[in-house]
Design a protein around this ligand. Structure first.
Ligand code: NOJ
Length: 686
């Protein structure tokens, strides 16, 4: 028998929430409770089967997750999750639309049904906990709550037992976890049953076309999630949390709640983007932050690529990049071209020697003598440009936290509203994991400190994005994947042409990525020595693809990463000047993971559309109908395409710019070169 909550009448044919009691034999009574998404397609069911607590997930009546375990193991306390009974249930639902201060889309609809199930151990110590499920049309989320109780006060989680028993031996797109370079690995694909320990978001392609992404949301005072598989070659993945130095995963005290575990679903790859499930599971921002005028998406340039290609240095000496004179040159360039900011790395004492070993040495307030920080901040302000600070910690967290207040005081006193932070290393000197609870606490502290001091953050070597930007819109962007810099020094040739076509459906589901597109000197001829060969690390893309990445890889802070001299007078630079960094709406027109992507985005508050199309190493011809344009209006398309003979290996710089009238009935034929792309600006004709 299904029951409906008194408070709400389901619309016909839509399962809102229900409970089903089944007698499964005299000894093993089975109890199950379920909740479905507003469209009725996604249904998650909690069951106690022979005393074991599990959940399962179905879409259109077909299994996505088979019964999967829930619970915890503790240090110095028995595990929680077996031999439990339901003591209470409640349901709720919501349908509201909220506005992002900036984003891939302006409006986000939060439409879900919720089921809360309170459970109690049948035997002493009789601990209580709650599992909360939210079912949306684009996926489900669930979290644990541990209420305050005498049987459970302080605790140390040694293992979270949450499982994801994948119903199909789906193709997983994965990067390994617990490796030295954090999330900076090339994605590989293989059947779920072969996985070892992998990072999230983990994107899965089912054999019937269903696409699933497993991740987490609202990660606060807990350890970062990874997934471990491969046990007995089955398809069950289990949560595996990053540890403290002593092996404990999470230290806490009741009342306590965990992050959400999220399972996003779409009928095809294109349906995964834009991904808002995680944002809907984070608390909203306070008004003071949501409307803050100092939080501003922008394009920026910086004293940065010069170091990565070996032309300048972070440390002091004859090639020091962060000099007063050089910074003025960048500010002048930014001001002339309407860039919002100039990033300067290597400005502060601590870079000399092997900098990534200097975690206990970096000063975050003392500039090198050849860098006149107050004068440059004033010069930037006079020129309408923001100077962006840089705090590389090299994982010296104690050193950084000791200086946190003075460092952010300094930024605020100089009117600097942006800083890029860095965490090169895989653990702290004390041995705490890069993505563990210790670091999660640290990052939250930095976000809060930055908010108090009116500073926007761009975090490199971050933890994966779990939607913090909903609550803290000053948490603008982050790295957390192999970015452009691997094309300067990867040592393995750089990112392969397919890289960004995978990122779009994996890493990008978590949130913005400071990839730093826009390299024009694709053979890196301006570095000392001869141009780099295709075998050496360099961008394995065409120039048109570098432009398309501004539309494909979303970031509210978007860098034009090349040296100013490579942009000056270059006709294709116009696209970088024109492309927005904040969007009203996003429509994925076509794409296959690892092959190609075509995405259209409308500028926020305006009529212009931008299309970014990228391919892997295969040349492709794509038919792109412009059905998304309003009918009855004429537009002009500025098309930045791969030129004749363009190819990432031999002729990456060949491009063509053309202009043509278009409207809602137009079909564009996009010809993409091997490793190529196309960037299009569509603006209303006069
Ligand atoms: C690695 C970052 O990804 C890069 O952008 C930065 O320049 C260096 N660390 C130095 O902080």
């Amino acid at each position: 028998m299904r029951w409906w909550p008194n408070s709400r009448k389901p619309s016909p044919g839509v399962v809102v929430a229900g409970a089903l009691l089944i007698a499964a034999g005299p000894a093993a009574a089975q109890q199950a409770l379920s909740v479905a998404s507003p469209d009725g397609r996604n249904e998650v069911t909690l069951a106690i089967d022979a005393g074991q607590l599990t959940y399962r997930l179905d879409r259109d009546g077909r299994p996505v997750l088979q019964p999967s375990r829930l619970g915890f193991e503790f240090r110095d306390a028995p595990p929680l999750g077996d031999a439990v009974r339901v003591i209470d249930t409640s349901t709720a639902s919501a349908d509201e639309t909220w506005t992002q201060p900036w984003g891939e889309v302006r409006e986000v609809r939060d439409h879900h049904n919720e089921l809360r199930v309170s459970l109690e151990e049948e035997r002493p110590p009789g601990r209580r906990f709650v599992v909360v499920f939210r079912a949306f049309d684009d996926g489900v989320g669930f979290r644990y709550e541990l209420p305050e109780q005498s049987a459970l006060g302080d605790f140390q989680i040694s293992e979270e037992l949450t499982e994801f028993a994948i119903a199909d031996d789906a193709r997983a797109w994965w990067i390994p976890a617990f490796q030295q370079n954090r999330y900076e690995y090339l994605y590989r694909s293989s059947p779920v049953s072969t996985l070892d320990t992998v990072q999230t978001p983990l994107t899965l392609e089912f054999h019937d076309g269903l696409h699933v992404a497993i991740h987490e949301a609202d990660l606060v005072d807990y350890a970062g999630l990874t997934l471990v598989g491969g046990r007995e070659q089955n398809r069950t993945l289990r949560a595996y949390l990053a540890p403290w130095a002593d092996g404990v995963k999470v230290r806490g005290r009741t009342p306590f709640r965990t992050p959400w575990r999220t399972i996003q679903m779409a009928d095809e790859a294109a349906g995964l983007v834009p991904s808002v499930l995680g944002l809907n599971l984070n608390p909203p921002a306070p008004d003071s932050l949501a409307a803050a005028s100092w939080i501003r998406p922008m394009k920026y340039v910086g004293i940065w690529w010069g170091m990565h290609i070996g032309r300048m240095t972070w440390g002091s000496g004859p090639r020091h990049g962060a000099t007063t004179e050089n910074t003025k040159r960048y500010i002048d360039f930014a001001s002339r071209n309407g860039f919002g900011g100039v990033l300067v790395e290597g400005w502060n004492v601590g870079w000399d020697g092997v900098w990534y070993g200097n975690g206990d040495v970096f000063s975050f307030t003392q500039p090198y003598p050849d860098y006149d920080l107050p004068a440059l901040a004033a010069y930037a302000r006079e020129h309408g440009v923001g100077l962006i600070g840089h705090h590389e910690t090299a994982m010296g967290i104690e050193n950084y936290e000791r200086q946190l207040e003075p460092a952010f005081d300094l930024l605020e006193s100089l009117g600097m509203h942006g800083v890029k932070t860095g965490y090169v290393g895989d653990r702290t000197p004390e041995g705490h994991a890069h993505h563990g609870q210790y670091m999660v606490r640290h990052w939250r502290k930095v976000i809060e400190t930055a908010a108090r001091h009116h500073v926007m953050l761009d975090v490199h070597e971050p933890i994966h994005d779990t939607g913090e930007r909903r609550t803290f819109p000053n948490m603008m962007t982050r790295e957390g994947a192999r970015g452009q810099e691997y094309n300067a020094w990867g040592g393995d040739g750089g990112n392969p042409p397919e890289h960004e076509t995978i990122l779009f459906f994996t890493r990008m589901l978590a949130g913005p990525f400071d990839f730093t597109p826009g390299v024009f000197d694709l053979k890196i001829e301006s570095a000392d020595g001869p141009p780099r060969s295709p075998e050496q690390s360099r961008p394995r893309t065409t120039l048109a693809k570098q432009l398309a990445l501004y539309v494909v890889l979303y970031s509210p802070l978007q860098m034009a990463s090349d040296l100013p001299e490579n942009y000056e007078g270059h006709p294709a630079f116009q696209f970088i000047l024109d492309v927005p960094v904040d969007w009203e709406e996003t429509r994925v027109l076509d794409g296959r993971i690892g092959d190609y992507v075509v995405v259209a985005r409308r500028e926020r508050g305006g009529d212009q559309w931008f299309i970014g199309a990228i391919t892997d190493e295969e040349a492709r011809t794509l038919d792109v109908p412009l059905w998304f344009l309003p009918r009855g209006r004429g537009y002009v398309a500025d098309i930045y395409a791969d030129g004749p003979g363009a190819d990432w290996r031999d002729d990456p710089g060949s491009y063509e710019i053309t202009h043509r009238p278009v409207d809602a009935d137009t079909h564009l034929t996009l010809k993409l070169a091997p490793g190529g792309g196309q960037a299009i600006r569509i603006h209303p004709s006069r």
